[in-house]
Design a binder for this molecule. Structure first.
Ligand code: SAM
Length: 321
């Protein structure tokens, strides 16, 4: 097992199936243009083989399939059942939900138990202003289908001042009523948000989120796994919610995440643009591949920040949210 001086190892793997997305969210792209696939993205078999090798070389136990928008990728239908066969404790997907209705049968048929759906607002015009594409009702239908099929659903919301902070309570009530855990993700200084005023103007931190919630509900902090990204809270009789407090309460010291981009780069840290090429590894016989991969993983582990998220020029589309 490859472990660093702080006891961190790579337990959670996130794979970005494609950099392409059917949204153009304000926090992800500056110009409103939808993202395209990266040059030379890995195929479904290569992705599956990469996951298989990372399970053995790094001790990966949990896999999240993300993007870009994973459901947009032609690889999705082949990859999901293939990774469900691998010895993993948990497989989940992060999606914007726009294509869930079309993909529901395959997702349910593959035996997926958990899904995270990104939704920043229940207001249709704010939805279009943030995602700059897509349709709110379609996402809500997808949420319903996943719940009806018995999947555990979490919703990711990025609260932003003057964009959707007024939606914190409506979103929380929507989730409480349906047994969904809402995750508030603090805006991260990725890509174009690293410079300029947008981040400063829109950042809506954990203290402010909790102040809004505290106006309506009594809440208490509750347990979370030691390497969880979210700080979790309970509203007695209603449900739980979480805050991924990248800025307010960084979780770098217990981070166990590793990311594989759609075109085969390994990233040990969201806040570090250093990357390691997995493509040559995939062409080696298994024993040599594992040996080479362990060398890359040691370097990737060394890329982790020790204290907090500094921001980075990389964007989620390439390295998977
Ligand atoms: N397209 C999929 C989706 O929307 O869920 C998966 C990829 S998306 C990059 C994953 C998550 O990252 C989404 O919940 C999105 O809101 C979040 N995200 C992207 N850029 C962000 C940023 N700068 N700050 C905080 N969250 C961000």
């Amino acid at each position: 097992m490859i472990v660093d001086a702080q006891g961190r190892r790579f337990r959670n793997l996130r794979i970005s199936l494609t950099a392409a997305c059917n949204y153009a969210c304000t926090y992800c792209v500056p110009n409103g243009r939808r993202l395209q696939a990266a040059v030379a993205e890995l195929g479904a078999t290569e992705m599956r083989d990469a996951v298989d090798l990372l399970i053995e070389a790094a001790g990966v136990e949990k896999l999240r399939i993300t993007g870009g928008e994973p459901l947009l990728s032609s690889k999705f239908d082949e990859l999901l059942p293939a990774v469900m066969e691998l010895p993993l404790a948990d497989v989940s997907i992060t999606t914007n939900g726009q294509l869930l209705a079309q993909k529901a049968a395959g997702i349910i048929g593959a035996g997926l138990r958990r899904i995270n759906i990104s939704l920043d607002t229940l207001d249709a015009s704010a939805f279009r202003a943030i995602a700059r594409s897509g349709d709110l009702a379609t996402v809500l239908l997808g949420v319903r289908q996943m719940l009806d099929a018995g999947l555990k659903v979490k919703i990711n919301m990025v609260p932003m001042r003057r964009r959707n902070a007024d939606q914190i309570l409506p979103m929380l009530d929507y989730c409480f009523e349906r047994g969904i855990e809402l995750r508030f993700i603090e805006l991260m200084r990725m890509g174009h948000l690293r410079r300029g005023n947008q981040f400063i103007q829109e950042f809506f931190g954990m203290d402010e989120i909790l102040a809004v919630i505290g106006n309506r509900y009594e809440y208490a902090r509750t347990d979370a796994p030691w390497d969880a990204t979210a700080v979790r809270f309970e509203v007695p009789g209603k449900g739980t919610f979480g805050v991924i407090a990248n800025e307010s309460e960084p979780f770098c010291s217990t981070c166990t995440r590793l990311r594989l981009s759609s075109n085969g780069w390994l990233y040990g840290c969201l806040s570090n643009a250093r990357r390691h090429d997995m493509r040559p590894v995939l062409r080696l016989p298994r024993p040599q591949a594992l040996e080479r991969l362990r060398q890359l993983l040691m370097r990737a582990l060394g890329d982790k920040q020790s204290l907090g998220f500094r921001g980075e020029v990389t964007v989620m589309k390439f390295i998977g949210g």
